[in-house]
Design a protein around this ligand. Structure first.
Ligand SMILES: NC(=O)c1ccc[n+]([C@@H]2O[C@H](COP(=O)([O-])OP(=O)(O)OC[C@H]3O[C@@H](n4cnc5c(N)ncnc54)[C@H](O)[C@@H]3O)[C@@H](O)[C@H]2O)c1
Ligand SMILES: [Zn+2]
Ligand SMILES: [Zn+2]
Length: 446
């Protein structure tokens, strides 16, 4: 309800006018301005309403602006963030919006002012759309670009805005995503990174989001040598944040979750410790358990890689349902009370708006440094992360449990949501994909 009200308000108020690229181009079928004149059609995954996504057929997008690149998608995936769209917790989605913010592919067409890319080149896109020239872009803080999203609701709610993002609602500019056979990439020279021959799509794809996000969570929250790090949420972001914490010198990492993902962690990262919060004894809490595990004091650094929509208790569940808050404070409070005095806490899981019962007292009295990590600035890190893949320091395909087909992606969304079939990170192939690399799981059809 709130999501649709925000969308209506946006229509009435209008945009801020600061964007230098077209806004609300979430489906090439919505406007002749956006559809390729060849009449070629493509398959894509679209949001059709709360808890409903569908495979659709729509026109291939065209070069609308001179700096556009049209990418033929050879690999894409589903992110924990897509669940916030599916559930309608991220506001301002419109029926028919094409989703997906992590994709790689081959350059299909370039606009007249594109200098870095030619047809046929392999590339990966960043989840955010940046102009490359504004105050934030100059510092590679690409997720906060000032020129690609002029949504007024986001500005009013947050006192500032993020960059535009692929497949992430009109709240972030309204751009069609990469869970499709083609995607239009504005400012292609800026938002695409060439993929070298020795990096397969199954590894390079994750430079779009997961790798930069988890790396940023770790360095931005300030993990240092010999730190003990606690991570809430054992999904792909949490797992990579754990790996990156160790790479940055952490001496122990403890992950907190409540399902089979913890078994996945135990099997794949034997040196990482876990807490299953659903199996805690009477009178025990995550905070008391962490204190007991870490010198009766608690971790030095805590990182939230879950999300504000996942209430643990009835109180927040109802408050959220009744619109009294948009996000639960339970996870953040747990981080604050668990972390040692003067330690730091970072929030990378998505939070949408306002929360009740925030433990500001513990934060203030004990000197906890609470850091909003922000949408991660991918451009700041993706070149060095690519090098780490090439040097085999990291193996992103370790996260991938399934290879699926774009044709089945609507069904995959629901499996992913339920964490069914041991599904974690998927590699989505399209009709343009290269033969599967050695690291790929076999194709599963749904
Ligand atoms: N800041 C960014 O730039 C950025 C980028 C990508 C993803 N994200 C966000 O990061 C979060 C994690 O992404 P993901 O792809 O790993 O998601 P995911 O949904 O696969 O994993 C989230 C995990 O959190 C666990 N969880 C839920 N409630 C919990 C609780 N109370 N305590 C501990 N764990 C709990 C879930 O069981 C799940 O395993 C999502 O919110 C996603 O939107 C942020
Ligand atoms: Zn994501
Ligand atoms: Zn910019």
């Amino acid at each position: 309800m709130m999501s649709q009200a925000a969308l209506q308000a946006e229509k009435v108020i209008g945009h801020g006018g600061e964007a230098t690229t077209a806004q609300n181009v979430t489906n090439p079928g919505n406007s002749a301005e956006y559809a390729d004149p060849s009449g070629e059609k493509m398959k894509a995954l679209a949001w059709m309403g709360k808890n409903k996504v569908e495979m659709i057929e729509c026109p291939k997008p065209k070069v609308m602006e001179p700096r556009d690149v049209i990418v033929k998608v050879t690999g894409s995936t589903v992110c924990g963030s897509d669940l916030h769209l599916l559930h309608g917790t991220v506001v301002e989605l419109q029926k028919g919006d094409i989703l997906g913010h992590e994709f790689c592919g081959v350059v299909d067409e370039v606009g007249s002012e594109v200098t870095k890319f030619k047809k046929g080149q392999r590339v990966v896109a960043s989840f955010q759309i940046a102009c490359g020239e504004c105050f934030y872009c100059k510092q590679k803080l690409s997720s906060q670009c000032e020129k690609t999203n002029d949504n007024t609701i986001e500005n009013a709610m947050y006192g500032g805005r993020t960059a535009g993002m692929f497949g992430y609602s009109h709240f972030t500019g309204g751009f069609a995503g990469g869970q499709a056979e083609y995607t239009r990439v504005p400012y292609g020279d800026v938002n695409l990174l060439p993929l070298p021959d020795d990096v397969a799509d199954e590894e390079g794809l994750f430079l779009s989001d997961v790798l930069a996000t988890s790396w940023h969570a770790v360095v931005d929250t300030g993990v240092k040598k010999d730190d003990v790090v606690a991570i809430w949420g054992a999904g792909p972001i949490g797992q990579m944040a754990a790996e990156f914490s160790l790479l940055n010198g952490a001496k122990r990492v403890i992950m907190i979750d409540s399902n089979w993902r913890l078994d996945f962690v135990k099997k794949n990262y034997p040196n990482i410790e876990t807490i299953d919060f659903s199996a805690l004894g009477k009178g025990e809490s995550v905070t008391s358990k962490l204190r007991e595990m870490v010198d009766n004091r608690g971790p030095d650094v805590s990182i939230e890689c879950a999300a504000g929509e996942y209430a643990k208790g009835w109180a927040h569940y109802f408050e959220m349902m009744l619109g009294l808050e948009t996000d639960t404070s339970e996870l953040v409070n747990e981080m604050i009370t668990s972390t040692r005095n003067f330690g730091s806490c970072g929030i990378t899981g998505v939070y949408v708006g306002f929360t009740n019962h925030f433990n500001i007292g513990s934060l203030m009295e004990r000197g906890i440094r609470l850091i909003g990590n922000g949408q991660a600035p991918v451009h700041k890190y993706w070149e060095s992360l690519l090098k780490m893949i090439q040097e085999k320091q990291i193996h992103p395909s370790k996260m991938v449990t399934h290879r699926v087909s774009l044709d089945d992606l609507d069904k995959v969304y629901y499996k992913f949501e339920e964490k069914a079939d041991g599904m974690q990170k998927v590699f989505v192939e399209t009709k343009w994909s290269f033969p599967a690399s050695e690291s790929s799981p076999p194709l599963t059809r749904y």
